[in-house]
Design a protein around this ligand. Structure first.
Ligand code: SF4
Ligand code: SF4
Length: 414
């Protein structure tokens, strides 16, 4: 069996069980100052040691890319209550980025997180390589991020959304050198990057610098689809802790299909569908933090239950996931995470919304129901306005053949 086959099999057989047991052992690390300050009540999220530093981090992190919305803006009342709930449970790792919510996510940090003592939470932000035009942007953007977040420093700071092209661009702009300078000046504590690409490119970048944390997309659907199992293996072999993004693939692994959900329901009627995906990611031993882009208080409450404490999957539960995955794959759903990196489309097509509708139909929504929603969209937002220019193709981290799907939707929903 070659390495790819092993990783493929790892999802469906007991091969991951030793990893799960190792994960359990990893929970027994000693705490840091934040632990000592925390009032442990038995309802605190599981923490993991960060390397041999004596510091621990919560296994669940609050991803600030999908904050609750009201009238098209961040709903501060709910989002702030969610932060309070997270902090009370020891979920004190927050992940934002320059691009999230068009800058409003970093401003939310500045308006809300700074009400808490700075040493009581970890904050990560990222340099948006995709949006940079010159080396001057390093300084300009970073300064703006410090102003927006009012955090004084970032516990972790990443090159955002690396792939082969963005890595080349970051190097030509000297972004890593700039980040190292900010680290020396105390504005950044640890360096990393977030990644969407092939494991071979990941390995090349991972070997370039002694990174402190690397963020990859990892979930049971992408384990094979986006080769995230191989990416996890690369980072683990190189001794780099992993931060997980999209553990539920932007909600895809919550929505699933009725058939896939029924598999989970039968196995454990009390467990939420989301909890299966989160436990899959968090049970792996080299995972430092699993980010969840929670956009409602119910998501926060459910996730806190899952992580307080985190119980790694049993072999039987891994088989349940494999069964649900097989049921889901039969639907032929498009693996869109609704990240909106493909937007704006020059023609105004609302790509993720069209794909979500298509997925709902594949998941069993009657076509005429979907058509009602489709017809209610503005004409330019509908798939029929796609002119197949291909501009969105290279922006999609999931490598979805967007124009093909737009053509399919335009035809089927006409
Ligand atoms: S291919 Fe279609 S959906 Fe993509 S950017 Fe061009 S017009 Fe928009
Ligand atoms: S099509 Fe791709 S880039 Fe666009 S929202 Fe979906 S996953 Fe994100």
């Amino acid at each position: 069996m070659d390495r790819r086959e092993f990783i493929k099999d790892a999802l469906t057989v007991a091969a991951l069980a030793p990893l799960a047991r190792m994960a359990g052992a990893a929970e027994k690390g000693k705490g840091d100052d934040m632990d000592k300050k925390a009032n442990y009540t038995g309802t605190q999220v599981t923490r993991r040691p960060y390397r041999n530093t004596g510091m621990t981090m919560p296994l669940l992190g609050f991803g600030l890319m999908r904050l609750p919305q009201k009238d098209g803006k961040v709903d501060y009342a709910i989002a702030e209550a969610m932060v309070a709930k997270a902090m009370a449970a020891g979920c004190n790792y927050f992940d934002t980025a320059y691009m999230y919510h068009g800058g409003e996510s970093e401003r939310f940090v500045g308006n809300v997180l700074t009400k808490y003592p700075r040493e009581s939470y970890y904050l990560t932000s990222k340099m948006p390589i995709a949006m940079m035009n010159s080396a001057d942007d390093n300084e300009r953007i970073f300064k703006e991020q410090l102003e927006r977040t009012k955090a004084g420093y970032f516990d972790f700071y990443f090159l955002h959304w690396l792939n082969a092209a963005h890595w080349e661009k970051a190097q030509s702009f000297g972004t890593l050198e700039f980040m190292k300078r900010m680290q020396a000046e105390g504005r950044i504590r640890r360096l990393g990057f977030s990644f969407h690409g092939e494991p071979e490119t990941l390995e090349k970048i991972a070997k370039f610098h002694p990174w402190d944390l690397v963020q990859i997309q990892l979930n049971y659907l992408d384990w094979e689809l986006c080769r995230s199992g191989e990416q996890y293996e690369v980072l683990t072999r190189l001794g780099i802790p992993v931060s997980v993004m999209e553990p539920l693939k932007g909600g895809t692994l919550v929505r699933l299909t009725p058939e896939a959900k029924a598999v989970f329901e039968k196995a454990n009627p009390k467990a939420s569908v989301a909890s299966w995906g989160l436990r899959f990611a968090a049970g792996l031993p080299n995972i430092q933090v699993v980010l969840s882009g929670m956009s409602a208080m119910e998501h926060m409450e459910d996730n806190l239950r899952t992580f307080s404490p985190l119980v790694p999957l049993s072999d039987a539960e891994r088989m349940t996931i494999a069964e649900a995955l097989a049921a889901y794959r039969k639907s032929g759903a498009v693996p869109c995470t609704a990240c909106r990196y493909c937007s704006p489309c020059p023609m105004g097509v609302d790509i993720p919304r069209n794909l979500a509708l298509l997925n709902q139909v594949k998941g069993g929504l009657p076509l005429f129901h979907a058509k009602l929603v489709y017809d209610a969209m503005k004409e330019k937002e509908r798939a029929l306005s796609c002119v197949s220019c291909g501009a969105c193709l290279k922006k999609c981290p999931q490598q979805i053949r967007i124009p093909d799907f737009m053509a399919q939707i335009a035809k089927n929903f006409a």
